[in-house]
Design a protein around this ligand. Structure first.
Ligand code: GLN
Ligand code: ZN
Length: 764
């Protein structure tokens, strides 16, 4: 018998119940008990629907109110001291770590957040030091296992493995300089043993232990630690299926295959080529192989015929009892279900599978591979075959003019006319900004009024013209506010945008949209990625009307605001039929036209955001060049069509630039803004070391938390930034857009920012 498995399920609820409950709890509108109850309801629905769809190995323990890595830190008592001793409940300590807390005399910033592997999900980075005192404060996997069992659903608990937990974490500020989190392994393992032994005692048959770090280059140096950890854990644990995902094992396979675990899961969506090697390596063992065939990362229907072929290949060597058909990773990156989509055409709907439909795919495949004669299974296979054929037929219809334009891109289209030093002078004249210019990253608070107006427009309760009037008022408010507090380079505030990617997707050809296709980005922030389905073009200007209106209100320069090609691609569900490179170049051409149009309309600075550039970087270094070879040119293509006196900006969110620094320089944006407020200036040292030559705004405070930075705090930041950056290159800005913030904290924070910049002008 071939079993089916889902590695993890979206934990947001089919109607975003978790977001609503969590935010209501934060706002003091519901109690902790009510929050816990809503979460349990969502888990119940997930478990029972997976069971109904025939999934054999149903996950538990991977649910989260904020982030699963944070859950783990909290359960293992990896709680930095600054969050304790405030008399907060465990739940409030947990949220304080996730989002900071500024209330009732407690004032702590959030822990650092980082992109989860190469996805758009962010996790809360664990902090370790020699003092970390691991203890099992609660056994979430066990609690949820029991909870599901009481509902009649037997699950396979999921836990984050010890090595990945340590490696994904960072050394706390107070740790010794030489301290490395992995050195805590020996101290950590007893707690894992206890957790796993408790599961075993409760009758758990097998657990999924996630070790995604195994697909990274750095795992090659962790062979000893992996051997030590699993030699200790296996004897006390239920059967362990070691889950690897988002990439390939490569040479790490040589030691992974020797670990005494009961099974191994591999990602065949991201790394299909590793199948033969892994099958061969497992052949002499008794291990089960979990084939991650159904993508946990995209929303395209799986080709079940291909899945059958792949399954048979593994079965022919290992036998059916040693094969599991699974999703490639957790389904956390996909929306809950297609069933709630009413606006996609039947043709479009037939192309896709969301989480629940994917669950069905693994179940159908496993049943078919087990030799099921059930008519429902053969009908499902037939229907899938027909859908896959129809999509292939659709894919053949491409837009010739777009394809031709991409084919005729020439190298000179990628370069600005003059080098930065020359451009800088022209731009200084054109813009007239002071030393240490202040600016923001683009968006201002997306208030409930803005969202309500958009909802009314969508429901046709107000006209297009009425909506535009409303947006103009919002823009005017934002412009006047910026003038009043004395910001230098203004923005229009992006009130017209539902989302920085969706907004452009809706105005370009080539995308379709869901109504309810939410996926978690971080904490209670969810996004609804557009889906690229055909060739991309721009029917007409998108932002020019708003930017020029905003500019008409003020004599200060107004920065145009666009989302870059790589980010649009990365934060959409891309096509699977043509390369990402081709999709990205199509987007870049559309954006290039927009940048040129903004300049024609009198805009003197244009920001093209690329927060997803870094996260799109392949996980393995060997693959980087292949990505950068098109990612960098696509950004340059989108920004280089203008005159030297137009100042181009680009923004990147959390980014570890150490290893791709030359690429950031190669983008040749006149000004970049980066996230440095939470990484303790590490980033800037890199910029200094390499002698970054263009202007840079490292982000003087963290906007991901509602906490207001004091003026002194910002001054201190500026001072420490100036230890690493030349005075003439420093721009003063928050570390990201303000759309998720309220006006109150936004005003207070920006006033402090402007005052700190004034102080800097006098001091330096
Ligand atoms: N311009 C965007 C904003 O301010 C950038 C957001 C982002 O980088 N994620 O909202
Ligand atoms: Zn950002």
């Amino acid at each position: 018998m071939v079993a089916s498995s889902v590695l993890g399920f979206p934990r947001i609820g089919g109607n975003r119940e978790v977001k609503k409950a969590v935010e209501a709890y934060w706002a003091g509108k519901i109690s902790a008990d009510e929050l816990v109850k809503s979460a349990a309801d969502v888990r119940k629905t997930s478990w029972t629907s997976l069971k109904e769809r025939g999934v054999d190995l149903i996950p538990s323990g991977e649910f989260s109110l904020y982030d699963h890595v944070l859950d783990h830190s909290a359960a293992f008592n990896a709680i930095p001291q600054r969050y304790t001793g405030h008399n907060l409940s465990a739940l409030d300590v947990y949220f304080a770590m996730g989002r900071g807390r500024q209330a009732d005399g407690v004032d702590v910033p959030a822990c650092e957040m980082k992109k989860w592997f190469d996805s758009n999900y962010h996790f809360v980075v664990p902090e370790f030091s020699e003092e970390t005192d691991f203890k099992l404060l609660f056994n979430k996997a066990l609690e949820e296992y029991n909870e599901a069992k009481a509902l009649g659903v037997v699950t396979r608990p999921v836990i984050l493995g010890p090595i990945s937990f340590l490696v994904l974490g960072k050394a706390a500020k107070d740790a010794k300089a030489s301290f490395q989190p992995i050195s805590l392994l020996t101290k950590l393992l007893p707690v894992y043993k206890q957790l796993l032994a408790d599961l075993k005692a409760a009758g758990v048959e097998s657990v999924q232990v996630d070790e995604p770090v195994l697909v990274l280059d750095q795992a090659a140096y962790l062979e000893k630690q992996y051997a030590q950890a699993y030699a200790e854990l296996v004897p006390v644990s239920p059967k362990i299926v070691l889950a690897t995902y988002y990439g390939r094992l490569d040479s790490n396979l040589s030691f992974v295959a020797k670990l005494p675990v009961a099974g191994l899961h591999i990602d065949l969506d991201r790394a299909p080529k590793q199948l033969d090697e892994v099958v061969a390596a497992l052949k002499p063992t008794s291990q089960v192989l979990s084939l991650g065939f159904v993508s946990g990362r995209n929303i395209w229907k799986a080709d079940l015929q291909a899945g059958l072929a792949l399954g048979q290949k593994a079965i022919s060597v290992l036998g059916g009892d040693r094969v599991i058909i699974a999703t490639s990773s957790s389904l956390l990156h996909t929306p809950v279900t297609l069933a709630s989509e009413n606006k996609l055409t039947p043709e479009q709907k037939d192309w896709f599978s969301f989480a629940l439909e994917k669950a069905e795919e693994v179940a159908v495949l496993a049943a078919a591979l087990s030799g099921s004669q059930d008519a429902k299974i053969s009908a499902a296979l037939e229907a899938n075959k027909a859908s896959i054929t129809k999509r292939r037929d659709f894919e053949r219809t491409s837009d010739d003019s777009v394809r031709k334009r991409v084919a005729s891109i020439t190298p000179d289209m990628l370069e600005r006319k003059s080098p930065f030093a020359v451009r800088r002078q022209l731009q200084d004249k054109n813009l007239g900004l002071p030393k240490f210019p202040t600016t923001t990253i683009g968006s201002f608070p997306q208030t409930s009024e803005i969202r309500a107006a958009r909802a009314k427009l969508n429901k046709k309760q107000i006209s297009e013209a009425e909506y535009d009037e409303f947006i103009k008022k919002e823009i005017e408010y934002v412009v006047r506010f910026q003038e009043r507090i004395g910001l230098d380079l203004l923005v229009h505030g992006e009130p017209e945008r539902n989302d920085m990617v969706q907004y452009f997707g809706e105005r370009f050809q080539g995308f379709v949209f869901t109504q309810n296709g939410w996926v978690q980005s971080y904490g209670s922030r969810y996004v609804r990625p557009p889906i690229l389905v055909s060739d991309v073009s721009r029917p007409g200007p998108v932002t020019v009307k708003w930017s020029s209106y905003a500019q008409s209100l003020t004599s200060k320069p107004m920065k145009g605001m666009l989302t870059g090609p790589v980010t649009i691609l990365n934060w959409s569900f891309p096509r699977a039929d043509i390369s990402r490179e081709l999709q990205c170049m199509q987007l870049a051409l559309a954006l290039r036209d927009e940048v040129v149009d903004l300049e024609k309309a009198g805009i003197k600075a244009v920001q093209v955001d690329e927060p997803a550039l870094r996260e799109g970087l392949p996980l393995r270094k060997a693959d980087w060049d292949a990505y950068l070879k098109w990612a960098l040119p696509s950004f340059k293509l989108s920004t280089a069509g203008v005159s030297d006196s137009l100042q181009t900006h680009s923004h990147f969110c959390y980014s570890d630039f150490d290893d791709i620094f030359p690429s950031i320089q190669a983008l040749d944006a006149d000004v970049i803004s980066i996230e440095a407020s939470k990484s303790d200036m590490k980033l800037l040292k890199t910029f200094k070391q390499y002698g970054y030559s263009n202007e840079i705004g490292p982000g003087v405070y963290d906007i991901h938390s509602p906490r207001v930075p004091s003026e002194q705090e910002i001054k201190d930041r500026i001072a420490s930034m100036l230890e690493n950056l030349p005075e003439n290159l420093l721009v003063i800005n928050p570390d990201c857009g303000l759309k998720t913030r309220g006006w109150k904290e936004t005003e207070a924070s920006l006033v402090n920012l402007v005052n700190a910049a004034r102080w800097a002008r006098q001091t330096y």
